[in-house]
Design a protein around this ligand. Sequence first.
Ligand code: PDD
Length: 288
Amino acid sequence: MSIYPIILTQSRFLHRDQLHYPFEERGLQFGDGIYEVIRIYQGNYYLLEEHVDRLFRSAEAIKLKLPYTKTELKELLVELMSRNNMSTDGKVYLQATRGSAPRDHIFPKDVLPNIYAYVQDLPRNIDSLKNGVKTITQRDERWENCYIKSLNLLPNVLAKQTAKENGCYEAILHKNGTVTECSSSNVYMVKDGKIYTHPATNHILHGCVRMAIEKFANDLSIPFIEEAFSVEDIGLADELFLSSSTSEITPITQVDHTEVNNGKPGNITRQIQTAYEKDANIHSAIEA
Ligand code: PDD
């Protein structure tokens, strides 16, 4: 997927070939940093406010001082898109680390964060939005602060790779049988007309799309219940779906070789998908 040439570093715009990092960079050596992925539809950010708010929450949680206000960062991100003349569907990746310094676990003194952001095309995954995806369950081996969007993604990467090796799109993670979320998305169960999902505690990332789904459910008078469900409950689920900035609302049609809703996306999932498309001002993937 093509990356656009102009990138943002700190508060400057550069050609991407001009960005060079030293060996001793805290994001590279310690994963000492945070990131965001924000969806772009036809050259417009979707849920920008929510993502910038979360980036600042993550920064505060790891004691990293970002060199802008939220408004300044939003303006820089909008400028990044216009400098690249971007008008397609895509995403921005932004990361901020504690900076470049001789390797030492202790925070370096008087070092500025390293920040970069780039935009990239990302077409919507019409096939999975329309037909749903297969998943497997796996043990959630992550730390206790999953609400921080940290660069430390090794357990997530390993879980997703295992899913891929099993012909699946995502891994549904569980702690002692209690479902938390997926390796790079939030997960929801529909049962008796209600949507269930893990509460927004330290055990999951508080997804920006998750926040939007809560609002859509309220607007549609579908109960949105922040109550964890178990791997066992999944066996009795009427519908399952997942959400993220890149996957939108994707129906789950299979878990560990067992079909959900006879392998078809369910009615409530469809209603939430339609509400998302209306809110993001995009075409219907189902009719595509
Ligand atoms: N992942 N949970 C995890 C562990 C995630 O990594 C993500 C997003 C989400 C959904 O968050 P949001 O709705 O704000 O995108 C939940 C991004 C897309 C990524 O790492 O690529």
